[in-house]
Design a protein. Structure first.
Lengths: 404, 78
């Protein structure tokens, strides 16, 4: 009894501020936007699919594949490592809030996870990026291709949502059946989770410290990635949700949260590109073209569409998958596995077959300021975000496009 | 106070968006005033479900933590 009634100290209250309730999504969006700017200033913006592809290459190398002998080891790959620490950051966030548990869904869900992950891998390799690289970072990077990729995403999400609803009507068995939960905590039980959270945090801060001696950029990537994972888990930052929910329940909070992050990122990225901040050894032009990929327009459209299908079926985009892996959702473990296995294979066999047929003017780097100037490009992107905002808010009130 | 439960919906092990989709569909099938209990394990539901109830006008009567990481939500249809 005395244990429970004990007064919570000042630091305890601080801890509770962060870990007793979920954060509003917009808090996640804004803080992720700021960290994204920080990543860009020290190296290059946030991305997720490239890192998972790096995992995949290492996976095949581990099994002795000679094709992937030259793969960068994960601990030397900035983005491979970033993905690892996002999982860890989310794991820590889930442990601190005692939300961690191994949640094993019915078999049908596992299959959907794997297929969704595989589709995401194909979409990301064709479209050159995922919802982070070609959306959450790509749009602030003033890339015309990212806007087209986003249109593809929308179409993919809407179609896959229709599929999920159809499946639920016709084959309800697919998403029900035996499920298992392990290691769950509750309000009174499971304090080991908090302790494990602290231990994990200390280990990874030590890893960042070791990197700081010979690879300071990586040390920062580790720290920023840990924060990103933790923020995603606490705010349940989910780009699938942002695209899907207006067409499902009509909820707009998830979309607005993502928009908040886009606007913050846009302001920072535009300044970095405009002034050539952090240009280092490369040319100003190369700095400007950072995260502007040669996928305008058809390559981005096809890739975005397939990625949109995959992330909706899996229930998490690349980063949404990563942070749910850290939280213990086994469906997303299946998605991550599908993603990392299919990604290097798609790059090797599917992408060349599709892109070689495309003429150059369907897969080039479109940098908006080249056509509209910086002010014009900035205004166009803000305008698009504003239209999206008005749409989701109007739809939230009227339910015109919502299924439920 | 015991509430009479008309239907139970098991969403254990499922992750977003399945619990909310199943819930929205099940609620459609209820008559006004009827009560549904949903049990699930996705932490996301903890914030999604109350928000959806507020928006759709259904009443969240009770939310309680059961053993083993399972949460129960009792909702009355508008």
């Amino acid at each position: 009894m005395s244990e429970e009634n004990k007064e919570i100290g000042i630091l305890g209250q601080l801890f509770r501020t962060f870990f007793s309730k979920h954060w509003p999504v917009w808090v996640g969006g804004i803080t992720l936007g700021i960290l994204n700017i920080l990543l860009f200033t020290i190296k290059s913006p946030w991305g997720a699919s490239g890192g998972i592809n790096n995992w995949g290459e290492n996976f095949f190398r581990m099994f002795g594949s000679s094709t992937f002998e030259g793969a960068t080891p994960i601990n030397a790959s900035f983005y491979g490592m970033l993905c690892v620490v996002i999982v860890i950051g989310s794991f820590i966030g889930a442990l601190f809030s005692k939300e961690f548990a191994l949640r094993i869904p019915p078999k049908g869900e596992l299959i959907k996870g794997f297929i969704g992950g595989g589709l995401m891998a194909i979409g990301a390799t064709i479209g050159l990026g995922c919802t982070i690289g070609s959306f959450f970072s790509g749009i602030p990077a003033l890339s015309g291709g990212a806007i087209i990729f986003t249109i593809g995403l929308f179409v993919g999400v809407i179609i896959a949502l229709k599929y999920l609803m159809w499946e639920m009507e016709k084959f309800p068995k697919f998403s029900s059946g035996k499920s298992y939960i392990f290691l769950a905590a509750s309000e009174k039980k499971g304090n080991w989770q908090k302790w494990l959270g602290w231990i994990t945090l200390i280990i990874f801060l030590a890893i960042a410290y070791v990197y700081s001696g010979y690879n300071p950029v990586m040390a920062w990537f580790v720290i920023i990635g840990l924060l990103m994972g933790l923020i995603c888990q606490r705010s349940r930052f989910c780009i699938v949700k942002a695209f899907r929910d207006p067409f499902m329940t009509g909820e707009a909070d998830g979309s607005v949260g993502v928009m908040a992050g886009l606007v913050i990122g846009l302001i920072g990225f535009t300044a970095i590109k405009y002034f050539g901040i952090g240009v280092g050894d490369v040319s100003i032009r190369a700095r400007e073209m950072t995260w502007v990929f040669p996928h305008f327009w058809l390559r981005g459209l096809i890739g975005g569409f397939i990625f949109g299908l995959g992330m909706t079926v899996a229930g998490g985009c690349a980063v949404g998958t990563l942070w749910r892996v850290g939280e213990g959702q086994i469906k997303l473990w299946a998605a991550a596995l599908g993603f990392l296995i299919i990604s290097p294979l798609s790059k090797l066999y599917i992408v060349p077959a599709i892109t070689e047929m495309m003429p150059y003017n369907m897969k080039f780097k479109n940098y908006l300021p080249d056509y509209f100037g910086y002010a014009g490009a900035f205004a166009i992107v803000i305008g698009i975000i504003l239209i999206w905002y008005v749409f989701v808010k109007w739809n939230e009130k009227t339910g015109k496009f919502s299924a439920y | 106070m015991e509430t009479k439960i008309d239907q139970t919906l098991d969403c254990k092990g499922l992750s977003c968006p399945m619990p909310m989709m199943k819930l929205a569909k099940a609620m459609k099938g209820l008559k006004s005033g009827q009560v549904l209990e949903m049990i699930g394990t996705d932490p996301g539901t903890n914030s999604d479900l109350p928000k959806w109830c507020e928006k759709s006008g259904n009443t969240l009567i009770e939310k309680k933590e059961l053993d083993g990481g399972i949460t129960s939500f009792i909702i009355q249809k508008k």
